[in-house]
Design a protein around this ligand. Structure first.
Ligand SMILES: C[S@@+](CC[C@H](N)C(=O)[O-])C[C@H]1O[C@@H](n2cnc3c(N)ncnc32)[C@H](O)[C@@H]1O
Length: 232
């Protein structure tokens, strides 16, 4: 338990295995992905309860976008920032059979493993200036649901997501561009993200980018952008 009279912090969450929005933002602001992965690993058992309490409707809408973009249910899909597998489960329910999970947190992946959703589990960090161990052109769809947010996956890592997708494939990612996030990291500004996506089209890395706006949580009625890139 946190000491009486002392303000709670992310370490208190970790010690108690409690996943909170405040805790994950606090660690995110620090910008250390290793520390963030530790936070997720230590609170993994509580993560799904946290999502249930918020009414995490976004995974359903996001999965429908994937289905529209890539209707072939045998397509190879990489679920980046897969966490405990909530989004992968939705894809599986839609009939997809070749989904792999990638996440920086081994604890989250261990929980995902118990659901038997994915074919393989890759523990790796997606960073702007580093390659993951995933080979080039490996997946028809590379998607990130609820992973592009403060201190998690930076919008600057989009070229790394593209690298892992096949030519003719797609990269689909939702962005948390809440005021609090943009205030701490201007790279999350929608105008900046969209200018960078357009540059990827102009330089021939992608043929097109489009945006859809969906609500992620029933409880907070906020709408966030999901970007769809068609890889050249
Ligand atoms: C909010 S959870 C989302 C999990 C899942 N996609 C869902 O919708 O429930 C974010 C996940 O991103 C992972 N993550 C954060 N930063 C990452 C990075 N740079 N590379 C890979 N995974 C990362 C965390 O470990 C965590 O499991």
């Amino acid at each position: 338990m946190a000491q009486a009279g002392k303000e709670r912090n992310a370490n208190d969450d970790m010690n108690e295995g409690l996943f909170t929005r405040e805790g994950v933002y606090e660690v995110g602001i620090g910008g250390d992905v290793k520390k963030l992965a530790e936070y997720y690993s230590k609170t993994a058992d509580n993560y799904e309860e946290f999502c249930d309490n918020l009414g995490y409707s976004g995974i359903q809408s996001f999965a429908r976008i994937v289905e529209r973009v890539q209707p072939n249910k045998e397509a190879r899909i990489l679920d980046v920032a897969a966490g405990t597998g909530l989004f992968g489960k939705k894809l599986k329910e839609l009939g997809y059979s070749a989904i792999d999970a990638l996440d920086a947190s081994q604890g989250m992946l261990d929980r995902a493993r118990s659901g038997g959703i994915y074919k393989s589990y890759i523990c790796s960090m997606v960073l702007p200036d580093q390659k993951t161990q995933v080979p080039d052109n490996a997946y028809d769809v590379v998607c990130v649901c609820a992973g592009v947010t403060l201190g998690h996956i930076s919008p600057k890592a989009v070229p790394e997501l593209i690298r892992m997708a096949t030519s003719g494939g797609a990269v689909i990612f939702g962005v948390d561009c809440h005021e609090e996030v943009v205030k701490n990291d201007p790279d999350f500004k929608q105008e900046t993200i969209e200018a960078n996506l357009q540059a990827l089209v102009d330089t021939g890395k992608c043929t097109k980018w489009t945006k859809e706006v969906i609500s992620f949580f029933i409880s907070d009625d906020e709408h966030l952008p999901v970007y769809i890139l068609n890889v050249a």
